[in-house]
Design a protein around this ligand. Structure first.
Ligand code: SF4
Length: 239
């Protein structure tokens, strides 16, 4: 497993050349000589669409988008099976984000990689994910395929997030949901549903612990009303 960090500038040693930072990762894949290290670096840098000469600069001498590409190249050097992507586009200009998403999708296909992506940008998640897990105050509240979660969100928190994001695609089912109030850390210590104070559908039973329960095959929700009373909270019935 390798990791791509949110802020590429903080992910490189500012005093070292990029080549020097990449070199250590070539050793993880077994490079033994300087020639083998340099060959692996050239291959990795070309695979992310950059010129190999760029690695002789320091991190502050390349743009944020280029540095994130170099960070991705570095993460690929040990030939991982899994890349953990921690908000890989959030520190970049909007104009660059799409390029990085496309690069990651392309690399995933070429290298048969699995990704575990953490992101707040719902458009990036939609573009990249096969399965989606939505978290609220440290708990998964909804888990499903990308299309189950985006087109047929069941948990009030997921529904509120998607409604606030105003995505054009895909079309959503169910009534819009407006969450009230602010996130409270205190709610994370309660045994019952952590959204109770903000949820327009909260009733007394919501104070009880809520397990993740399956609504349709592979689609899980931590909300008893979404499972037992979907129509009452503005959802189409479960299949
Ligand atoms: S369990 Fe109750 S408070 Fe929690 S999301 Fe469902 S309806 Fe809202």
């Amino acid at each position: 497993m390798q990791m791509v960090f949110q802020d590429p500038l903080a992910a490189f040693d500012p005093q070292a050349t990029i080549r020097s930072s990449l070199r250590e990762f070539t050793r993880l894949r077994g490079a033994r000589t300087r020639a083998q290290e340099n060959e692996a670096i050239v291959e990795a840098v070309l695979s992310v669409g950059l010129e190999p000469e760029m690695v002789d600069r320091r991190p502050s001498q390349v743009s944020g988008g280029q540095l994130q590409r170099l960070s991705i190249a570095r993460s690929l050097l040990p030939e991982p099976d899994l890349l953990f992507l921690d908000e890989p586009t959030s520190s970049l200009d909007v104009s660059i984000r799409g390029q990085i998403v496309n690069l990651l999708l392309d690399l995933q296909e070429r290298n048969e990689l699995a990704y575990l992506l953490v992101a707040h940008d719902l458009r990036v998640v939609y573009a990249m994910a096969h399965r989606v897990a939505v978290m609220y105050l440290g708990q998964f509240v909804e888990v499903g395929s990308r299309d189950q979660v985006y087109a047929d969100a069941r948990h009030p928190y997921t529904r509120g997030l998607l409604d606030a994001a105003e995505l054009d695609d895909p079309p959503r089912h169910g009534e819009p949901v407006r969450l009230v109030g602010e996130i409270s850390e205190e709610a994370a210590t309660k045994p019952g549903c952590r959204l109770t104070l903000r949820c327009p559908f909260a009733v007394e039973r919501c104070e009880e612990p809520q397990p993740l329960r399956e609504t349709t095959s592979g689609h899980l929700v931590r909300c008893w009303r979404a499972v037992e009373q979907p129509v009452e909270i503005g959802l189409p019935p479960n299949d």
